[in-house]
Design a protein around this ligand. Structure first.
Ligand code: CAA
Length: 284
């Protein structure tokens, strides 16, 4: 297994900043890259805030928070990632963008460096095929919010080597996460199961089975979920949920994955969920 010391994180958005925070708190040196300086600054401010909040809540000491912050460097030039042992890409969920990032990373990082993607739905095999090192590429699918959620879903592309998969598993475990192993089929394991449940909640609402609030209360209290499926859909983003349902529907060629017309309608109306304060529910 390779020794991972320096981790690069591509993207300082919601997922990238969470991954960087957890990695520095687990003793890794981290370089967080974003092409947009304002995104980078916002990401670092968020991490600092989260570390301070943790000190106030006595989750960790001020000294540990300071030491973690010292392990964080920022970059707005991707070439700064050249010495990383592992780069975790957490950019926007867009095939062309991710393919371009992997082509560039493959040129920049040292020959034995590992590349991982936090994609929730794009094929790891296809991402890996953009590089000349497909055996060194794997999926590391973190859940949102990263510091809270205990899972990293590992995805093995067709060419991912045992050594690569075991090394990213060990890195995830050093970050305090449980690593599950999934094969590279549409939706992997989490979204193959989660998204049809969310989609079915939309069908239940669409067909008038119960109100949105009652559907969520039923699932929260009846099946011990922290959020009902419709609130969770708002939390994830209705556009993201629809995009993943489309991947399942197309990739598995089965009508049981057809996205609910009501979910499509919300997205068409621009109701994306928590991120723009209006989804199934309205947020103040
Ligand atoms: N970053 C860091 N910490 C956060 C956080 C964030 N964004 N949001 C909440 N927390 C922490 C809080 O600080 C708090 O910590 P302490 O208990 O130590 O003080 C803890 O989480 C609980 O937070 P709250 O009391 O504010 O709120 P809550 O009890 O309602 O929990 C929640 C919020 C953790 C988000 C919870 O509702 C939950 O677990 N929801 C389900 C989340 C989920 O399923 N995520 C996976 C989505 S699927 C995905 O990500 C993959 C995909 O491909 C779509």
């Amino acid at each position: 297994m390779q020794n991972i010391r320096i981790i690069g994180v591509v993207g300082a958005g919601q997922m990238g900043r969470g991954i960087a925070q957890v990695a520095i708190q687990s003793g890794f040196d981290v370089i967080i890259f974003d092409a947009f300086q304002n995104a980078l600054d916002a990401g670092v401010d968020f991490i600092k805030n989260q570390l301070n909040k943790g000190v106030e809540k006595s989750k960790w000491s001020a000294a540990d928070a300071d030491a973690a912050l010292k392990r964080l460097k920022t970059a707005n030039d991707m070439k700064t990632l050249r010495d990383c042992d592992l780069v975790i890409e957490a950019a926007t969920e867009n095939r062309a963008l991710k393919f371009d990032i992997f082509k560039k990373l493959d040129e920049i990082v040292k020959p034995d460096a590992l590349l991982a993607s936090n994609t929730s739905s794009i094929s790891i095999t296809e991402i890996a095929a953009q590089t000349k090192r497909p055996h060194l590429v794997a999926g590391m699918h973190f859940m949102n919010p990263v510091p809270v959620m205990k899972l990293v879903e590992g995805i093995r592309g067709l060419e991912t080597s045992d050594e690569t998969f075991n090394t990213v598993a060990a890195a995830a475990e050093k970050m305090g996460k449980t690593f599950v192993r999934a094969q590279d089929y549409p939706g992997f394991a989490v979204n193959r199961i989660l998204m049809p449940m969310i989609n079915e909640a939309f069908y239940a609402l669409y067909e008038g089975v119960a109100s949105a609030k009652d559907i969520d209360t039923a699932m929260k209290l009846g099946t011990n979920q922290p959020m009902g499926p419709l609130e969770l859909a708002d939390f994830i983003g209705l556009d993201t949920c629809l995009a993943i349902m489309d991947v399942l529907h197309t990739g598995l060629s089965d009508t049981k994955y057809r996205p609910c017309p009501l979910l499509k309608q919300y997205v068409a109306a621009g109701r994306y969920g928590r991120k723009n304060k209006k989804g199934v529910f309205v947020y103040e």
